[in-house]
Design a protein around this ligand. Structure first.
Ligand code: PEP
Ligand code: MG
Length: 878
């Protein structure tokens, strides 16, 4: 088998389709060569060899011969020999994996120079300074990345020399100086490694090849692959390419350019270059590069040629290209091309423009934009210019995207008070609870030190579109002080959080809010068309709904394109101050009459909420979940609250307290919650169903289209539904008959307990639809408390016990298996069964892809995630 692939002289042994074997860089160098683009000749050693080397620290037998043969071909093509004392061939050695991997060793330049060939190079080029400069750069790079000499050693030597000569810039050093520096550098190598700097060109070459292959398994690269979920890649390829020089004088230069603007997507040639420089000078930022447009004036011929090439490459690859070029004595070479990285705005604009230009079709356009990039467009971000140099203090979970800055407050009440007087606040807490809702609304962002991706803070923040960093373990809250490492913050100090990355910064960083464009609408409509065509059991379409508890949330989600409400959590309505007191009165009531009386107070308020949501959704389905949280959460927790309730009920605190104590639970999440509440107190659900029916009847009387669905949570057995469903049906009938309206209301259930998934075939007999509550289903399948995972989950991820946070992306093997099984069982009983997901996973692109494969009819996610979900769902369908 072939392991080494030549490219040069207009012909290459590989091509762009061989990305897996040749890496992105190698495959594109081959493709460009075949296209007749001027690429310095060279060869690529395949990723297979990397895999072999990673396992055995050896190379397959015969590789050395294969490399030698291709090297000879290269030498013949170039008319020069590696290390030739009279006219040496110099090469670069670079890594290049099938996906870009910044954690790896990157580049060695000028390989092939030694004590003899440096003189030949000087003679041939007629430029002694250039030759010695190339040699010292080579020792510096090779010493650093191959021989692991600390970089500062070289830096120190060159700085000492400059001081001695009384000069400031590297370029002020003469040929003699550089020759002296090479001597110094060689001493440094000997001193720190105990070895001489290699003089044999083949030793140099293999040293570099070993280093590139070795870097695949270095800690940084492994970490990067882990963080970015990059798996199933064999390794990196090695590209050996003949050197061209941009530092040959004023008719030489080097630069980087993009075929379109990577930050706006505008179809404008974009880039920077430096005359008389090598690539590293552009990167090092010592001299300020010039805009590519000025090259047109300086060297029209080269500029026109470059424009021709970028047009050709963009047309060929049908995507925006990011290219590196070098001009050597008036001759242009392209050293690399790849699909350019871009911002969310640019991604959408390029995709839409390229469809209009007939460069790509809509399906390709939809696949081009990653959901995470699209998400960028919906939230404020830290100004990229500042972000580059900003140092984060600590990192938590990226619980709700977007950046926020504000003055620290430590309680929800303070948040509300400070906000009322016009302050921008950031709520910092150990965790949050339902009572904090007002303070959360008042805050720019939320930072918690405990809790996972589905903790209260995370779920609520996402729902509101408020940035949130959760579970930042190193952010320690003690009273009214926040400690992060050695830093101490008091109330009123500014901090900035980035909920998209989980980073926390000191002070007030500048934020920018991207504008949502017309292109985005066009783009998302294409996504909708793709989704609409999907087949799901006997149903059509893979829909995106939203989780919304308030009319404003529903309105926002509707504007973002939600096709219905997949989850309306009614408990949030109870935590509202007006309702909470009545609800508390209800749960401490002694008699059915008292309970009914308290509920009666809540009924009109619930009806109003429901009406608002129905109206906002303009006739699209609205799934209302009946009350779920543990009773425990509604119980007064402080003396103040108890007093307030006692006053309201006109009883003494002493007589009330024992009742409250009785309601205390050791493990509320596994306690008196969900439909268990209705089995013990049917009047709660009955009241809610009545409010739903009344709100629906009100809509109909006002000619507002309406489509409510009732959802019963925490079900474990069909018998619960068998018991509760008739109650709901009777109430619906009574209300509708009385109002003289006709409306069919579906009654379905959540599958969020493993037992329910296992018994789904039976449950489906009593349910018109299923919705997977994957927060609880994950919690209960793993037996991981969703509010307490922060203490151990990081260790699980670090030590590879788990690949991903199961509260972020669905665990396909376990929880996902239950979902697939329950969907099949349910549809076997009822082929029209609509099946969706409403846990937080519903807004996660990987999970959305899984849901499609599992046959689900829709996903439901928080309003701000709806656009992203429309895209991810379309990508799943394609
Ligand atoms: C769930 O469990 O996934 C769900 C949607 O319900 P909640 O988050 O309210 O428990
Ligand atoms: Mg749940």
């Amino acid at each position: 088998i072939k392991n080494v692939y030549f490219f040069g002289n207009g012909k290459a042994e590989g091509d762009a389709s061989m990305r897996n074997e040749l890496g992105g860089k190698g495959a594109n160098l081959a493709e460009m060569t075949n296209l007749g683009i001027p690429v310095p000749p060279g060869f690529t050693i395949s990723t297979e060899i990397c895999a072999f080397y990673a396992k055995s620290k050896k190379y397959p037998v015969g590789l050395d011969k294969e490399v030698l043969a291709v090297l000879q071909k290269l030498e013949k093509t170039m008319g020069k020999k590696l290390g030739d004392p009279d006219d040496p061939l110099l090469v670069s050695v670079r890594s290049g994996a099938p996906v870009s991997l910044p954690g790896m060793m990157d580049t060695i330049l000028n390989l092939g120079i030694n004590d003899k060939s440096v003189k030949g190079l000087a003679a041939r080029t007629g430029n002694t300074r250039f030759a010695w400069d190339a040699y010292r750069r080579f020792i510096q790079m090779y010493g650093d990345v191959v021989m692991l000499v600390p970089y500062e050693e070289f830096e120190g030597a060159i700085n000492d020399l400059k001081k001695k000569r009384g000069v400031e810039l590297d370029t002020d050093l003469t040929a003699r100086d550089l020759e002296e520096l090479v001597g110094e550098y060689k001493k440094i190598v000997k001193k720190t490694t105990g070895k001489d700097f290699p003089q044999q060109p083949m030793d140099q070459l293999w040293g570099a090849i070993n280093a590139v292959f070795g870097s695949w398994m270095n800690e940084r690269a492994i970490k990067y692959r882990q963080l970015n979920d990059i798996r199933n890649i064999k390794g990196t390829a090695v590209n050996v390419q003949s050197m061209v020089f941009g530092n040959f004088g004023e008719d030489s230069g080097t630069g980087v350019c993009f075929s379109r603007d990577p930050s706006t997507g505008e179809n404008e040639f974009y880039g920077e270059y430096l005359m008389n420089a090598q690539g590293e000078d552009v990167v090092a930022g010592i001299r300020t590069p010039e805009k590519i447009s000025t090259l047109a004036k300086r060297n029209k011929k080269i500029y026109d040629q470059l424009v021709g090439i970028k047009n050709k490459l963009e047309k060929h690859f049908r995507d925006m290209q990011d290219m590196e070029f070098t001009v050597q004595q008036g001759k242009l070479f392209i050293l690399q091309t790849r699909n350019g990285k871009r911002t969310g705005a640019a991604a959408v604009k390029c995709a839409v423009d390229m469809v209009a230009e007939k460069l790509i079709d809509k399906e390709t356009a939809v696949q081009r934009v990653s959901p995470a990039l699209l998400d960028q467009l919906l939230h404020p971000m830290i100004d990229l210019k500042v972000l580059k140099t900003a140092k984060s203090m600590t990192r938590g979970l990226n619980a709700s995207p977007g950046a926020a800055c504000g003055k620290i407050v430590f309680s929800a009440n303070d948040a509300e008070e400070w906000q009322a007087r016009g302050e921008k606040v950031l709520l910092v807490r150990k965790d949050t609870s339902p009572e904090d809702i007002g303070g959360m609304v008042a805050s720019q962002g939320i930072l918690t030190s405990t809790g996972g991706m589905t903790s209260h803070a995370a779920v609520v923040a996402r729902g509101m579109g408020t940035p949130c960093v959760a579970g930042a373990k190193e952010a320690i809250v003690q009273g009214h002080t926040l400690f992060i490492g050695t830093k101490k913050f008091s109330e009123g100090d500014w901090i900035t959080i980035d909920g998209s990355t989980g980073e926390v910064y000191e002070g007030k960083l500048p934020l920018v809010t991207p504008d949502i464009s017309k292109d985005m609408d066009t783009f998302l409509k294409w996504c909708d068309d793709i989704r609409a065509s999907a087949k799901r059991g006997s149903l059509k379409g893979f829909e995106v709904r939203t989780n919304a508890d308030q009319p404003e949330d529903a309105k926002r989600a509707f504007a973002f394109g939600a096709q219905g409400v997949g989850l309306c959590r009614t408990e949030h309505m109870f935590f509202d101050k007006d309702k909470l007191i009545h609800f508390r009165a209800m749960i401490v009531a002694d008699t059915l009459e008292e309970r009914k009386a308290a509920l009666k107070e809540i009924l009109p308020l619930q009806q109003k909420d429901f009406f608002g949501i129905f109206k906002a959704m303009e006739g699209r389905p609205v799934t209302i979940r009946l009350l779920d949280p543990p009773l425990h959460e509604f119980v007064p927790h402080t003396l103040e609250e108890t007093q307030e309730l006692a006053e309201f009920l006109k009883v003494s605190v002493e007589s009330l307290q024992p009742k409250i104590d009785r309601l205390h639970e050791q493990n509320p999440m596994l306690g008196h919650r969900g439909c268990r509440l209705a089995v013990t107190y049917p009047e709660i659900y009955n009241m809610q169903v009545e409010a739903i029916a009344l709100a629906a009847a009100e809509c109909i009387s006002k000619k507002i289209p309406v489509q409510p669905e009732i959802m019963i949570p925490i079900v474990i057995t069909a018998r619960e539904l068998k018991l509760l469903r008739p109650n709901a049906e009777a109430i619906l009938k009574r209300v509708f008959d009385k109002a003289g309206v006709k409306l069919h209301v579906k009654i379905g259930t959540m599958i969020e307990v493993p037992r329910a998934a296992i018994r789904s075939g039976h449950i489906a007999r009593y349910a018109d639809f299923f919705s997977f509550g994957t927060n609880d289903l994950t919690q209960m399948t793993f037996a991981f408390s969703r509010d307490d995972v922060a203490s151990f989950l990081p260790a699980y991820l670090q030590q590879n016990v788990l690949d991903v946070d199961p509260f972020k992306s669905i665990d396909e093997e376990g929880v996902g298996w239950l979902i697939s099984y329950a969907t099949q069982q349910g549809r076997a009983v009822n082929p029209d069964l609509k099946v969706g997901i409403c846990g937080e996973h519903g807004g996660d692109p990987l999970t959305i892809d899984f849901c499609y494969r599992a046959g689900l009819s829709y996903v439901s996610c928080s309003p701000f995630r709806v656009p992203l979900a429309r895209l991810a769902a379309a990508q799943a369908v394609l």
